[in-house]
Ligand binder design. Structure first.
Ligand SMILES: Cc1ncc(C[n+]2csc(CCOP(=O)(O)OP(=O)(O)O)c2C)c(N)n1
Ligand code: SF4
Ligand SMILES: [Mg+2]
Length: 301
């Protein structure tokens, strides 16, 4: 087993003392260690936010890019080198808000990556504005009269798109969360883990409020039953069912579809395209190469 200390970094931690992000960080390190994944076998990908700083604090390959753009970067990394375990660590604002479109289409593509969302129901880094998961009616530093619309339902949306591993964890349950992350990372195909992570500085509720609502999924829940899983996902905002909501064997992954076109080779093993072919393809896109575009629209005459 890889020792937990192998994931230690010297980066100065910028999180507030006592932030539940520390719990997620530890649970993730434990999961990687238990799966016997060494730092060089893992790539952590993030955008911008408090959650997005996680890759700074775990020794591994890292891509920390633009706000909302972790998914396209992660898919690119995975396609280039599928041998790496590619794991996105994002905030609710970054991935459900500005990056929501990318996530939605990732559900359709099904790349073999894991997406971990530190869901604190707030934009924490920018000091407490409402995020896509802030509840209707809650006041924030920006929504003085309360958020006027209902929160997004990304777990239900993921299940509707047949994302084959959809789970929710709680940052305060180190053991349960580490076990959940192990399952998610080991799953083949896109796995989504939304983690309830109270923000103790800008959040609307004390930690106790989240703890009371983080209730284990009943034993009689059948995670292979799509409609049952959707119903469970929609139970929030009154409760946070913790555990695996939906799981079934992965359908065809994006990487496998891609490699059908490359004789099974990952992107990094392919030769660069001949510059002559690239020039020819670009030339074909020029507007003067397609005269029909320049013909006046007949109906307008
Ligand atoms: C393109 C772009 N849009 C907006 C921002 C400003 N911004 C940075 S972090 C952030 C919100 C982060 O919220 P979340 O993803 O929930 O992470 P948290 O800080 O709560 O962990 C925003 C809006 C930015 N840096 N770049
Ligand atoms: S602002 Fe909130 S999410 Fe950010 S480090 Fe502090 S407690 Fe954690
Ligand atoms: Mg947030």
């Amino acid at each position: 087993m890889i020792p937990i200390d192998a994931f230690k970094t010297t980066a100065e931690n910028q999180w507030c003392p006592g932030c539940p992000n520390f719990g997620i960080q530890t649970a993730l390190k434990r999961a990687l260690s238990a799966l016997d994944l060494a730092p060089h076998q893992v790539c952590l990908v993030s955008g911008i936010g408090q959650a997005a700083k996680t890759p700074h604090y775990i020794a591994a390959n890292v891509f920390n890019g633009l706000h909302g753009r972790s998914i396209p970067a992660a898919i690119g990394i995975h396609i280039a080198n599928p041998a790496l375990k590619t794991i996105v660590t994002s905030g609710d604002g970054c991935i459900y808000g500005e990056g929501g479109n990318h996530l939605l289409h990732a559900f359709r593509r099904n790349p073999d990556i894991t997406v971990i969302v530190h869901d604190n129901q707030i934009y924490a880094l920018t000091k407490g504005q409402g995020s896509p998961t802030t509840r209707r009616g809650e006041t924030t530093r920006m929504q003085f009269d309360g958020v006027a619309i209902d929160p997004s339902q990304m777990l239900a949306t993921a299940i509707v798109h047949d994302c084959t591993f959809v789970a929710r964890g709680y940052a305060g349950d180190l053991e349960g969360l580490s076990a959940l992350l192990q399952r998610a990372i080991a799953h083949r195909g896109l796995s989504l883990v939304d983690i309830i992570q109270p923000c103790i500085t800008w959040g609307n509720h004390p930690v106790e409020w989240y703890k009371e609502r983080a209730i284990p999924i009943p034993d009689d829940h059948d995670p292979t039953h799509r409609n049952q899983a959707i119903a469970l996902a929609l139970e929030a905002p009154d409760a946070f069912p913790i555990g695996v909501l939906y799981e079934k064997p992965a359908r065809e992954t994006f990487g496998a579809v891609y490699r059908q076109q490359t004789a099974g080779k990952p992107l990094f093993e392919l030769q660069a395209l001949d510059p002559g072919i690239v020039r020819k393809r670009l030339a074909a896109l020029r507007i003067d190469a397609t005269p029909s575009f320049r013909e006046p629209y007949k109906g307008a005459q």
